[in-house]
Design a protein around this ligand. Structure first.
Ligand code: F0G
Length: 354
């Protein structure tokens, strides 16, 4: 009998900080595809799967944490929520907040979030404020607003966000029947690597998985504070979603790295864009630049010989490619298709079929 996916709270209720009194605000997020990647498997001589988080309702993994954070905020009677964002958190917060009848307030770094992400916050009626500064400044303001005014913080400093995001690790184990040997993902504010590690540890502690993966995180080279072990005052990268100089979950990400025997390394913008293109051309998956950072890191590890063959590897691709069409159009060059008269002969001729 068909059984429809009910969203992460209903699917993993016993593992989340909710009770019978918690109103469930959901867009049926989660349950995302785990897609085998033939070219990455061949390249690495491992079994590589992609966890496609762009398939969530607002197009990124943020929905997993947002369903929990917004449900909990509603439970305690919040009327408004606030977040700082490079674009995806704000899109998700706006969608879930209006669904709950709350006002979403979003603080974004001026001129540094993509048009489609801004549009998402706009269509959901978000109160959008562009801050003359970095994401890191936005986060400082969001925390201060939540401390001093009646607005609930829904950034990943809010533990409910991380609790929701850990469900991605549960899904992977549920689907593979075991944890992977290596889990690879991009790192920005460092909440997601922290949440995955929480999820894998929880399943291992409860005997649902008998192994735990090594966590491999990748930052953009121009915004790699954890790699350099120092804040980056002027972060720069084409991957605007992870343009962050002082991540909130820094310590927790380092703990995830060290406890798992993993690594956090950097990839250049060039490597990120090449990985984005290869995912599009080989796997049929269009992801935004930040989302390709994990794949770029895996490719680099394969060519450096640091990844032993024969392992099971999962790479999270965090957000949909339509989140940033401008970078893709620029990076891919000629976006203009050839113009022909509306005849079959002209079409056949231009396609070289005649
Ligand atoms: N990939 C995408 C597409 C993201 O939007 C983000 C973070 C990350 C990766 C990194 O995840 O922060 O948990 O380490 N985006 C946040 C935002 C900062 O505001 O949307 P992280």
């Amino acid at each position: 009998m068909a059984r429809l996916w009910r969203g992460v709270i209903q699917e993993y209720r016993a593992r989340l900080p909710v009770t019978d009194r918690t109103p469930v605000v959901t867009l049926c997020e989660g349950g995302t595809p785990l897609v085998p990647s033939a070219w990455l498997s061949a390249l690495t001589r491992c079994s590589v799967h992609l966890k496609v988080e762009g398939s969530n309702p607002t197009g990124s993994f943020k929905d997993r944490g947002m369903t929990v954070a917004i449900s909990k905020a509603l439970e305690v009677g919040a009327k408004a929520v606030v977040c700082a964002s490079t674009g995806n958190t704000s899109a998700s917060a706006a969608a879930y907040a209006v669904r709950a009848g709350m006002t979403p307030i979003v603080l974004v770094p001026h001129g540094k979030i993509t048009g489609p992400k801004l549009a998402q916050a706009v269509v959901h009626g978000g109160r959008i404020v562009a801050v003359d500064g970095l994401f890191d400044d936005c986060l400082r303001l969001a925390r201060a607003l939540a401390d001093g005014y009646p607005v609930a913080l829904v950034n990943s400093l809010n533990p409910d966000r991380l609790a929701g995001q850990k469900t991605a690790a549960f899904e992977i184990v549920d689907q593979l029947g075991a944890a992977p040997d290596v889990h690879v993902l991009p790192v920005g504010n460092a909440g997601n690597i922290t949440a995955y590690w929480m999820g894998y540890q929880e399943y291992a502690a409860d005997g649902i998985a008998h192994n735990r993966p090594r966590m491999w995180g990748f930052q953009a080279a121009g915004a790699a504070p954890i790699v350099h072990d120092a804040p980056v005052p002027h972060p720069e990268t084409v991957a605007s979603a992870i343009r962050i100089g002082n991540p909130a979950s820094w310590r927790l990400a380092v703990a995830a790295r060290d406890e798992s025997g993993g690594l956090i390394d950097a990839v250049t913008d060039e490597q990120i864009l090449r990985a984005q293109r290869e995912l599009s051309g080989n796997d049929g998956l269009f992801v935004e630049p930040a989302s390709a950072a994990g794949v770029a890191g895996l490719v680099a590890a394969a060519s450096a010989g640091t990844l032993e063959p024969g392992q099971v590897v999962v790479v999270t691709v965090t957000g949909h490619g339509l989140k940033d069409v401008e970078t893709a159009s620029t990076a891919y060059g000629a976006a203009q298709p050839e113009l022909i008269p509306a005849t079959v002969t002209a079409a056949a001729a231009v396609l070289g079929l005649a």
